[in-house]
Design a protein around this ligand. Structure first.
Ligand code: ATP
Ligand code: MG
Ligand code: FE
Length: 336
């Protein structure tokens, strides 16, 4: 089964051909980061326009790399939420037209389900049940994958997402956009124990997260130092901030794995590329004998392959979408 999968929920135009869910034949990603960089964040209107301009070329390149003709495609998958409504609609309309033209079913996929499924591509032996820490630009969720396509959210952020916290702190440190990779990089030059930023764990037994207090603590620290006319090393602030984020993410993930008796731990979303998070989660998992794996960077960021993988398990269950499929900017993972 070959699925052509389209992802345009934010600022990446990506089209992929995936065979039997877990084999990538092509995964073309056109990122708009360089365009949005100048604005310090994604500008929705600009993103939609750019998707329209590039999507034809991305399709052509994707089929070429997959050495696959449209007549060999068995279904067309597309992200229908969550994401930016205008950006989503570009992909959805493109997918509808294509599915109609080649007379093959359309499969709408939840973007976060896609992020989770990236783990199935990178770890061929992975089978549910497993636990995933979803850490992306807009989401921080602890999800139990009970079965293919069956998700239970056991915890989530009550305010900022992890990636959002990284991006906001990076901005206040004057590092640029997107902040996650930049904080990751300069943190290697910093002392992660230099500043004791708060670890917000919330109620005992809660798997929810809160990062806005940590973000404020970093801003307060900067303001305090400025008022006292004292210098500080940006590297140290970045490393200490990162350590606080990683500490909370790892502790909650490990506790959730214990509580739900799941010995397979995975990660998904842009922040899953973070080197310190990978390192600390790896160590904590090993200590408890958990099987830990995560996707390579290219599958952590937004991409079509993860959408094609999620779509394959829907295909097997005949879960197809109507040609009236719409965009759902706030689509939830437990309702996909
Ligand atoms: P969502 O998936 O929630 O809709 P999104 O698609 O915008 O949001 P992703 O593309 O999954 O999010 O991830 C982007 C986020 O990941 C950004 O906030 C970025 O700063 C962060 N990020 C990327 N690489 C790293 C890294 N190495 N360390 C920390 N954060 C990172
Ligand atoms: Mg992006
Ligand atoms: Fe994403």
């Amino acid at each position: 089964i070959k699925i052509l999968a389209i992802e345009t929920s934010c600022d990446e135009t990506s089209i992929s051909v995936v065979e039997n869910g877990r084999k990538i034949l092509s995964n073309i990603i056109y990122s708009q980061i360089d365009i949005h960089k100048t604005f310090g964040g994604v500008v929705p209107e600009v993103a939609s326009r750019k998707h329209i301009e590039t999507i034809d070329g991305v399709l052509e390149e994707s089929l070429k790399e997959a050495k696959t003709g449209l007549e060999e495609i068995d279904a067309v998958a597309v992200t229908y939420g969550p994401g930016l409504v205008g950006a989503l609609l570009v992909g959805i309309n493109f997918a509808k037209a294509l599915s109609y033209a080649i007379n093959k079913p359309l499969i709408g996929v939840n973007h976060i389900e896609g992020h989770i499924c990236a783990n199935l591509i990178s770890n061929k032996d992975l089978e549910p049940p497993f636990l995933t820490l979803v850490v992306s630009g807009g989401h921080t969720h602890l999800v139990v994958v009970k079965e293919y396509g069956e998700y239970e959210v056991v915890g989530k952020t009550r305010d900022d997402a992890a990636g959002e916290a990284y991006d906001k702190v990076a901005r206040s440190l004057g590092l640029g956009y997107p902040g996650g990779p930049l904080i990751d990089k300069i943190s290697t030059e910093g002392d992660r124990e230099s500043i004791d930023f708060p670890r917000i764990m919330l109620e005992k037994d809660s798997f929810d997260f809160s990062f806005s207090g940590l973000k404020s603590a970093v801003l307060n620290y900067q303001n305090r130092m400025a008022m006292k006319k004292m210098d500080y090393r940006v590297e140290d602030v970045a490393a200490s901030f990162q350590e606080a984020v990683v500490d909370v993410l790892v502790k909650k993930t490990i506790e959730a794995a214990k509580k739900y008796k799941i010995e397979k731990v995975t990660m998904a979303g842009g922040v899953a590329s973070n080197s310190r998070l990978r390192e600390v989660m790896e160590k904590a998992s090993k200590e408890r004998g958990f099987d830990f794996s995560y996707p390579p960077g290219i599958l952590c960021t937004d991409n079509g392959a993860m959408i094609g993988c999620a779509a394959y398990y829907k295909y097997l269950k005949n879960e197809f979408s109507e040609s009236t499929l719409n965009a759902y900017p706030n689509l939830k993972i437990d309702r996909c």
